[in-house]
Structure formats: C-alpha cells, structure tokens
Write a protein that binds this ligand. Structure first.
Ligand code: CO
Length: 252
C-alpha cells in the first residue's frame, strides 16, 4: 500500500534560517509553505528527488513541536509514507490493533494525512499521506535515498516496518543491519550502539546530481562538514540537527 517515502520531517527553530541551508546551500526547491494551526506549526516542503523534506517551525513553545524542540533541539522528527488512500490505510491499521494518533484523515501540508503513535513503529513517528494530485517530480540538486534508523533490536524493528507496510528486504551481505526498500528509497535499520546509542531516526543519505557543484556550495557557505572521497557528511551544527550524508553516486 506504500508507494514511496513522501517526506522526512525536520524540526527547526526558524524556517527562514533553515531555508538558508536547505534551499539556498543544498539547492532544494521550495514546493509549498503554510501555517497548520491544528499541528501548531508553520511548515514547508522542499523537493529532494523522489521524496521531499518537510521543515517544521513551532508556532509556540507549548505546541507538540515546540516541546520537541525544547527537549531534543533541532533535528529529525518524523517519517511520512505515501499511500493511495490514507483513510483506508488507517482503517486497516486500526483493525490490526496498531496504535494510532489519528483514526481518520485530516488535511496536512502533504495532502490528507494521519499519524501513527510512535510506539507503533519502535519509537519512530510515522505519518501517512495521500497527496491531492499526481506527483510531479521537481528537479532538485539532491535526491533523498535513505533514512537510517537506530534500533535496540534490528530484526524486531525491521520486522514491524515489514509487517505494517509490506516493505521488501534488500539483500545485504549478512551483518547486523537490515535494509528495506520503500519505492526508490530505503530504510536502513542499524544497531543503536553503532549510532551513539540512539534509537529512532538518526541520519539521512542523499545523492547529489552534481557533486562538485554541491561541495563548492557547502565550501562557499562555510558549512561544517567532513569531506571524504565522493562523499561529504554535513555536521548537525550545519544542517539544523540532522546527520546528513551526501554522496556522488547512487549506492546499492
Ligand atoms: Co509531515
């Protein structure tokens, strides 16, 4: 029932400051910005290849996102999958006894949306969305390829995502990690001890359409980062709390 990773939600202090990095330095085009009073946020979607990045600025400190910001700081907040009929998907999940925050769809920035309870997906806050019309992929300098999830028990966490959403496992050479395909993107579940003990969303991987232009843009902006061969890791201080890996090539 899931077509793709629709977006990854990132909490930021101020949209304008986050635009300076995500739109201006990384080159992700702004698709839409709106105030969502019921979610207590001003939110923006930026195109990132087959997926989007959603930036969330809290409208006040007592909103859920405001409390998240006070507790955890800026960074990865939720993961959204596109489904052709979010209402039907929520009914199926509810019938299976899955804990939901929304039992019926409501309007969101991505179309009709509904959230699962984080307890339903090993501490990852998952949103489902049905966009209003067909997806038009906007050209963007980066393509979102992979979300890394830390887990105390990799098999159990990957099993939950497989069982709820039917994501097939991508063959890997054994080892303690599990990769699941979601449309053209992937979820990589890794042991929490490999990622500083963090359970939940820990990092994003993207592919640059023009790697040398991208690294030039990061250099010009003075973005804190680690430069590797054919890859660069932006430090969370430079990317509003997100561990962001950008590579030259599409990796397997
Ligand atoms: Co969202």
């Amino acid at each position: 029932m899931i077509r793709r990773i629709h977006h990854v939600g990132i909490v930021v202090k101020r949209l304008t400051e986050a635009y300076a990095f995500y739109r201006d330095v990384l080159g992700l085009p702004l698709v839409r910005e709106a105030q969502l009073a019921d979610q207590g946020v001003r939110a923006a979607l930026l195109a990132a290849g087959d997926s989007e990045i959603e930036l969330l600025e809290p409208l006040g400190p007592s909103t859920p996102v405001g409390r998240f910001l006070a507790r955890r700081g800026e960074g990865l907040h939720h993961l959204c999958f596109e489904t052709p009929d979010v209402g039907a998907s929520l009914v199926v999940l509810k019938d299976r006894g899955v804990e939901l925050l929304d039992t019926a769809p409501r309007p969101g920035l991505a179309g009709q949306i509904g959230f699962l309870h984080p307890r339903a997906c090993s501490g990852v806050l998952v949103e489902l969305a049905t966009p209003p019309g067909p997806t038009i992929e906007e050209p963007s300098a980066l393509r979102l390829k992979r979300l890394v999830i830390g887990a105390e028990d990799v098999r159990a966490t990957a099993g939950i995502f497989q069982s709820l959403f039917g994501f097939p496992e991508v063959a890997m050479n054994g080892g303690p990690r599990t990769m699941l395909a979601v449309g053209r993107g992937t979820l990589l579940v890794v042991p929490a001890h490999e990622v500083g003990g963090t359970a939940g969303m820990v990092a994003l991987s993207c592919v640059a359409e023009d790697f040398s232009a991208l690294t030039a843009s990061l250099r010009k902006a003075g973005t804190p980062r680690l430069d590797g061969t054919g890859e660069v890791t932006v430090e969370p201080a430079g990317s509003h709390g997100v561990h962001l890996h950008i590579s030259r090539y599409t990796f397997p």
